[in-house]
Design a protein around this ligand. Structure first.
Ligand SMILES: Cc1ncc(COP(=O)(O)O)c(C=O)c1O
Length: 441
């Protein structure tokens, strides 16, 4: 029974090409995990370069075929460092950034400034100035307040700020939960219904400091359905047509955002990247716009989630007879907040040796001082021993990116594996690193 479980998780959720070697030890990108743990310590986040590249191509290739005037932007919030930025850049993607830190990291990875966009509902003035001076391609303006701020900052500069407006289309989707309510209760975006979106178009069109290139919408994250994209993009295109007639808007860029769902369990069945691309391109092509706008999409999780694996070392095992067995590992909610934050469910495999004997349900707990610090509830695992390695797949997105130093534990190291070799891409934070940030006396 456990072999089938092991095989399905390995084949469908772990990075491409993950397998057990002759000893039964899991190898990622051709590197056995016991070697990785020995060299770099645990917890460790292991990124597989081939999987990142394959996911980039899964979006870029159908997009180039279906709608050549397009650009896929990697949503760096999912996880970024200069190495990841360099890999996605070399695959032809631009970068969707939400801070000056993400812009700098993208630039450090070799991304071209004009292929970076800046998002966010409260961009700091200094971040907007930095983005303008760095020459980022688009600033996606989120509110009327922010439009005025960008206009002010751009007025002091030589060229108008290239901006898009983020519209709240009233379409919201998360996994299978898809609603079209007309709801405007979001901290993001300019609502259509209140007239804020139109007021922003009107103001941007009149301002010599702003170059309004187009419109953006984002429906949600971990979306498993296609209809929300057609729906939201349709609403944006209707609005664009209205704004063309009323305010002379020339739609040069349009974006339905990101949010494309991924598999965390072999039973999950998200649409393929090509299916998301197809519905978006078809919705746009069906309008027969002339001139046709450029299409921007913003995949984050779907590029990086599968490429990342979290490696933990088993420590204390506590059996409460008749109740539950807790297996504590050396990481937890500070490197993966998703289970505590929104009940996200994961799979885990015993990684340093072949699973043997019957499986049983255990709860994999983190090391942090919170009862809610549980990574996996009722995970079916073989008998575990102190010192074993557990590997949690689909750990590439929104783990390290959201990591904290809770309990003053430094954040894990990350490595990138490729063709049987590993390289350190972020060193582990030490107690000394954390102490160095304090001002004493
Ligand atoms: C505007 C925008 N674009 C893209 C993304 C990326 O989403 P995902 O990582 O789910 O693809 C997000 C995520 O919140 C977003 O807010």
């Amino acid at each position: 029974m456990h072999d089938m479980n092991d095989a399905a998780v390995l084949a469908d959720v772990f990075p491409l090409g993950s397998r057990r070697d002759a000893r039964g030890t899991l190898a990622l990108g051709g590197v056995p995990v016991d070697e990785l743990a020995e060299t770099y310590g645990t917890p460790l986040y292991v990124y597989d370069e081939a999987t990142i590249r394959a996911q980039c191509r899964a979006f870029v290739q159908p997009l180039a075929r279906a709608y050549p005037n397009s650009l896929a932007l990697y949503a760096a919030k999912a996880h970024v460092d200069p190495t990841v930025a360099a890999v996605v850049t070399s695959e032809g993607l631009g970068i969707d950034a939400v801070s000056s830190g993400e812009i700098r990291t993208a630039l450090a990875g070799g991304a071209a400034a004009e292929r970076i966009v800046l998002h966010g509902n409260n961009k700091l003035p200094r971040e907007i100035e930095y983005a303008l001076d760095a020459g980022v391609g688009r600033i996606i303006v989120d509110s009327l307040d922010e439009l005025a701020l960008v206009e002010d900052l751009a007025a002091a500069r030589a060229r108008p700020a290239p901006v898009m407006l983020r519209i709240t289309p009233g379409v919201e989707a998360h996994t299978h939960d898809y609603i079209r309510t007309g709801a405007v209760d979001s901290k993001f975006g300019l609502p259509l219904a209140s007239g804020a979106a139109e007021a922003a178009v009107e103001r941007a069109q009149r301002s010599p400091a702003l170059d309004l290139t187009g419109l953006h919408a984002h429906v949600g994250s971990q979306v498993f359905e296609l209809a929300p994209y057609a729906d939201a993009l349709g609403i944006v295109l209707d609005f664009a047509d209205d704004m063309r007639q009323r305010h002379g808007l020339r739609l040069r860029d349009v974006s339905p955002g990101g949010g494309f769902g991924v598999r965390y369990d072999p039973g999950d069945d998200p649409p393929a990247a090509a299916a998301f691309v197809a519905v978006i391109a078809e919705t746009l092509l069906a309008r027969g716009l002339d001139p046709a706008p450029r299409l921007l999409i913003e995949p984050g999780r779907s590029i990086i989630a599968r490429a990342g694996t979290a490696l933990y070392r088993v420590g204390v095992i506590k059996e409460i007879p008749g109740v539950r067995t807790y297996v504590s590992v050396d990481g937890g909610m500070a490197d993966n907040i998703r289970p505590a934050l929104y009940g996200a469910r994961y799979r885990a495999l015993l990684a340093n040796r072949a699973p043997q004997g019957p499986q049983r349900a255990v709860t994999v707990a983190g090391r942090y001082c919170e009862s809610g610090d549980v990574l996996l509830r009722d995970a079916e695992l073989p008998e575990l021993r102190r010192g074993d390695l557990l590997a949690v797949p689909a750990a590439g997105a929104y783990h390290m990116a959201m990591a904290s130093t809770y309990n003053l534990v430094g954040r894990p190291a990350t490595v990138m594996v490729r063709g049987g070799a590993a390289r350190l891409t972020r060193r582990r934070e030490t107690d000394e690193d954390l102490l160095a940030a304090f001002c004493v006396g």
